[in-house]
Design a protein around this ligand. Sequence first.
Ligand code: SD4
Length: 330
Amino acid sequence: MILSLSTWKHGFHPNQVTIEALNSGKSALDAVELGARDCESDIACMSVGRGGLPDATGEVTLDASIMDHDGNCGSVAFVRNYEHVIAVARRVMEKTPHVMLAGEGAEQFAEREGFEKTDLLTEKAKSLWEQWMAQPDKLHVRLRRAEEGTQEYVFVHGDEPEELVWRREYTPGATQGQQENSHDTIGVLAMDSAGRLAGACTTSGLAFKLHGRVGDSPIIGAGLYVDGRVAAAVATGDGELMMRACSTFHIVEMVRQGIEPAEACERALERIRQDKRLTGDKQCGLMVIRADGVWAGRSLRPGFQLAAASDVLPNTLFDITANSMEKARF
Ligand code: SD4
């Protein structure tokens, strides 16, 4: 069988790219890279690649990781001016003895490897950063999409209880716009026709993060983990949660011990719920493919979506909750 999963609604197109690559006989590794690249070039997606929202100083800094069936992995963190950081991460995996390069060193490596320099900050991202800068208590302000179809964002202030925000935005029957917020990182998992697994994760991280902040996405075992004999798992959401819990490693190890994929995600979320710093506004979305092709997705709260496609399933968007997956209505 062939199978691909991508995080969030904006993962729908990348997932189509990934499944088509698998259909044309490409390896899982090539397919996840192509899917991730597709999102890195999509400027409408404001937390991946070009078009990503900047950090608190106005600079866009990217994190990415990639992992193959055999446990080879590469990652880059805090990279500026290179759009396809997923490809740079793959180059780290294939051309160096290292797993991870960060900051200036990663940028120099990208340059030496012939990657093209790009200005990652779009006018729209810059304008949102300027609006954020003008907020009185900006470190306690988060960004969410406003209304359905508008592609506009609103700032949610810290004085509004976040539990209420989630409840209002993610009640059943909420409109499409209400289901979306500023979480846009992409994680892609794939199984190719030879039964090989691979995963990729690429992001500009949390909007307006502190300069120098690195999230879970480039951390092997936090944002992404693959052991082709067992399972592949990827995470999205508030990275600090998955970094403290090593969530994707946790999931793969539970599957190794015979726990069903959906149950493994639920138990990983249970662990995250024990995090003393978990607050009502934080989200975490997890996806897993077991070596036999059984897959699952779970999230701390409603609002997380994933795209899934296989040789028997056309590319389809699913609504994910803490204990269920359902075909999305839009
Ligand atoms: C991070 N996990 O940098 C990423 C952000 C994310 O949905 O996935 N948002 O923490």
